[in-house]
Design a protein around this ligand. Structure first.
Ligand code: B1N
Length: 831
């Protein structure tokens, strides 16, 4: 049918106000229709799902904007201190259901759309997943943004608007392939471009000194200038009370075209500078818990740190005559060391541009910054070569030298003299043939508070990487155990579980997760168990559909769904899980008649493109899956799935369907983990090591409701010192020896029998991550899992205890602690 454009405009019958703010079914329907016509420019008959999504998102956005403007006004008129969360990553995922849930409009919108013959849940799937982050660190920043809005903390997120988010993972013949993820290609309805908010960011050049009133003044003359342009995304909190801003910077060439070159006919050369400038915001580095290292990465770090500081300084100076009270009005949190150059940039702004005395500037800088450390892996600690810093940021390098000299002089004056201590607390590392700037030390020295992300991790910070700094400044390091937003990870991801919780505990549980505790009283209730089990089964059937669609593998929703979802990394030990899978496979084949607990092992996660072993582990998962899934002897007992392209949206489907949560990192290596919290909240039991936040999960859910195995962090350290050989460990475990031999000799890679030879030999020779040392204990723990699964009443009792006792891991609790102990800002009281 052909429809005239006019026919799509019944919305015009509604008053304008209602189209913008009305929350009735009719108002929302009218609003979506008006957006489709006037903003998307489509008639209903021609509208694709994507057009409907855009129209719906824009209608929802109008409702977010009201709260945004209200919050903006309140913050600006009050003398409130602002929080600035600086992060190179914000792994926010899809936003439509976040906004709908927090505005309380999900059901109304569903009804409004169904009247137009449009399915809201189908639109949900066409929204691109904003993957501006790698993993836990980026997702934490996104959860924090939501919790800060919920708690009405006047906060800004500052980061980079990457044109390409984390790569799209395709699995071809079992191998990972990377494809660009151009999430913006069909437009982004959530953001507001602010072309008028743009700052010049300098690179390179030289520094000139002149005397002002007998004192030296320094002026930096960069050789290159890039513009940082703001794009704002509103972040709405629970119940829509408060809305904050995520401000992401995009790079724009200061001088888009060299006209001289262009006019001389060099059309490509005329644009070379532009390409170089705009490369800064082109792509997210796909490195998780490893430093990217390249020059472009340092350009990204300085680019967004400098733009954010200019922005917040300008905001401050609109209200106050100078920067002397900056620390009373602004708290800046550094999400790991990626933005740590901001410490130096703020010193440059205060001293060189605003003429402040050095000591005053330093006091303000320290009082303003806080630094969160997210990893202790030595290979992951960021350092930059001094020659690179000198070339790219010559004035900053001078400031770093001066900060370091004053810092070391002060320590000497206080009586410190030990050369090893002085070496460890210096910002400059000597050795490796080249001097480097240690960004962790810089961030520590420049902050008044330094925090770890779980109790164990914070203790290890004090004992290892920051041991000497902690001895000198014992009050600076503190713990802030990570958290997750329950709006996304419970209410949006698992509406079936949410409905049961509201039914049993009352609506208050949506506002205050401490109400979950009351669920423990009902843990043994067969009726509740049956309801939860039915909800989980539905979630598993839905996931089963996704598994079938993406991999062709059929899984049984009545089997135990055993889930390991996270970046692929040797310290996270997906290969330990795979070796156990093979051992289980061997055991089932040896005695197929036994009463095995049917399992589906699901793996998902991306490997850094350059991380060879991680990519081989993906291939091994796919090789094991093929052999196991094709073997009729284990049919109905064991399936193995590698689900490609893990991202936030897929996590939202997997987590509500999980029975068992694999958190099996080498103890001492996973700073916290946050997937562990999401899975436990959704009723999965954890099998895990005493690492990161697993320790605190165990303390809360109780020893009977979690499966702990393996060496402790202390035992891991002792084992590393002892130099015990993995070969001996393997020889002492017939089960492990059999598995190692099978992998090594090509049982799972008949097309290339040498594929895993080196991999197996590396485990035999080094096994830095103690896979072999923990294997037997892990296998035994898995058999305890089987035993509990066979007693479904006991299993569901334990599952309920998990949901009941993990309310503490709400990121609202975490943000409350940051606000109180680090930022010194108030939070909104619970409803
Ligand atoms: O940060 C998460 C923790 O829950 C995880 O345990 C931790 O591994 C993760 C360099 C990182 N640590 N370090 C990174 C990410 C990107 C990059 O370029 C390092 N990610 C973590 C949240 O606290």
């Amino acid at each position: 049918t052909t429809q005239q454009p006019g026919a799509a405009l019944p919305a015009a019958a509604q008053p304008d106000d209602d189209l913008r703010t009305g929350n009735s079914v009719e108002a929302l329907r009218g609003a979506v229709m008006a957006k489709l016509a006037y903003a998307v420019g489509k008639v209903q008959a021609d509208a694709s799902d994507r057009d409907w999504f855009l129209a719906t998102a824009l209608a929802v956005r109008d409702r977010v904007v009201q709260g945004w403007q209200r919050s903006y006004h309140t913050t600006n008129t009050g003398g409130t201190k602002r929080v600035y969360y600086m992060s190179l990553e914000f792994l926010i995922g899809r936003l439509m259901f976040d906004a709908l849930t927090n505005l309380g409009l999900t059901d109304t919108m569903r009804e409004a759309l169904s009247g137009l013959g449009v399915d809201l849940d189908k639109l949900r799937e066409v929204e691109p997943d904003a993957a501006l982050g790698n993993g836990g660190l980026g997702r934490l920043a996104a959860c924090f943004m939501e919790s800060m809005a919920t708690l009405a903390v006047p906060a800004y997120g500052y980061g980079i608007r990457y044109e390409n988010g984390l790569f799209r993972q395709v699995v071809k013949d079992g191998w990972q392939q990377e494809y660009p993820e151009n999430w913006l290609s069909f437009g982004n309805p959530w953001e507001f471009a602010r072309p008028e908010i743009a700052y010049d960011i300098g690179f390179g050049g030289h520094v000139e000194t002149h005397q002002v009133d007998g004192a030296p003044r320094y002026e930096w003359f960069p050789s290159e200038t890039v513009e940082a342009v703001a794009y704002d995304t509103p972040v709405v909190g629970w119940r829509g009370h408060h809305v904050n801003t995520l401000r992401l910077w995009s790079a724009r060439a200061g001088d888009p075209l060299r006209l001289d070159a262009f006019n001389e006919g060099d059309h490509v050369g005329a644009m070379a500078d532009r390409v170089k400038a705009e490369a800064i915001s082109k792509v997210l580095y796909p490195s998780d818990a490893t430093p990217a290292g390249q020059e472009l990465r340092l350009r990204q770090e300085y680019f967004f740190a400098a733009a954010s500081l200019q922005d917040l300084v300008r905001r401050h100076l609109k209200k106050y005559p100078d920067l002397s009270n900056l620390a009373d009005q602004a708290a800046i949190q550094l999400n790991d060391t990626h933005p740590a150059i901001a410490v130096v940039e703020l010193m440059r702004l205060l001293v060189d541009l605003h003429g402040m005395a050095w000591d005053d500037a330093w006091r303000i800088t320290q009082a303003t910054f806080g630094y969160t450390n997210h990893t202790l892996l030595p290979e992951a600690l960021e350092t930059w070569p001094v020659p690179l810093m000198e070339r790219m940021l010559p004035r900053h390098m001078q400031i770093i030298y001066l900060v370091n000299a004053l810092h070391l002089d002060k320590l000497r004056a206080e009586g410190h003299s030990d050369v090893d201590v002085m070496r460890s607390v210096s910002i400059i590392a000597e050795g490796w043939g080249q001097q480097r700037v240690k960004m962790g030390t810089l961030a520590f020295i420049g902050s008044h508070r330094i925090n770890g992300v779980s109790a164990l991790h914070t203790d290890l910070m004090r004992q290892t990487v920051f041991r000497d700094l902690n001895a000198i400044y014992p009050d600076r390091i503190n713990n802030k155990t990570n958290g997750i937003t329950f709006r996304r990870w419970l209410m949006e991801a698992n509406p079936a579980l949410t409905a049961i919780l509201v039914d049993v505990l009352g609506k208050a549980v949506l506002d205050d997760p401490s109400h979950l505790e009351k669920l423990a009283q009902h843990a043994g209730d067969p009726a509740l168990q049956a309801r939860l089990k039915a909800a989980k089964r539905d979630n598993k059937a839905t996931l089963g559909g996704i598994i079938a669609a993406r991999t062709g593998i059929q899984v049984d929703p009545d089997a135990m769904f055993d889930i390991q979802i996270k970046r692929i990394h040797e310290y996270k030990r997906q290969h330990l899980n795979l070796l156990e899978t093979i051992a289980l496979y061997n055991a089932i084949r040896a005695e197929p008649w036994r009463d095995w607990a049917p399992r589906v092992k699901v793996f998902a996660g991306k490997a850094a493109a350059s991380y060879h072993t991680a990519k081989l582990i993906i291939k091994l998962a796919n090789d094991v899956a093929r052999v196991v899934n094709d073997d009729p002897t284990v049919r109905g007992k064991l399936k193995v799935v590698f689900l490609p392209n893990y991202n936030v949206s897929l996590a939202e489907r997997i987590i509500p369907a999980a029975d068992l949560s694999e958190q099996i990192s080498t103890a001492g290596m996973e700073a916290s983990g946050t997937g562990n919290m999401k899975l436990a909240l959704n009723g999965a039991l954890t099998i895990g090591t005493l690492d990161g936040a697993n320790v605190e999960i165990k303390e809360r859910v109780g020893d009977d409701n979690i499966f702990i195995f393996g060496l402790t962090a202390e035992e891991v350290a002792a084992r590393h010192r002892s130099g015990l050989s993995a070969r001996e460990t393997i020889a002492n475990s017939p089960r492990l020896a059999e598995v190692m031999e099978a992998v090594s000799s090509g049982v799972f890679s008949p097309d290339d029998t040498d594929r895993y030879r080196d991999f197996a030999n590396a485990l035999r020779d080094h096994d830095h991550f103690l896979v072999t040392a923990d294997f037997d204990d892990y296998y035994a723990a898995q058999r305890r899992v089987d035993a509990l699964w066979r007693d479904q009443a006991a299993w569901w009792r334990a599952s309920i205890m998990n949901t009941a006792r993990v309310g503490w891991f709400s990121s609202d609790r975490t943000i409350g602690e940051y606000a109180r102990d680090i930022w010194d800002v108030p939070v909104r009281a619970a409803e």
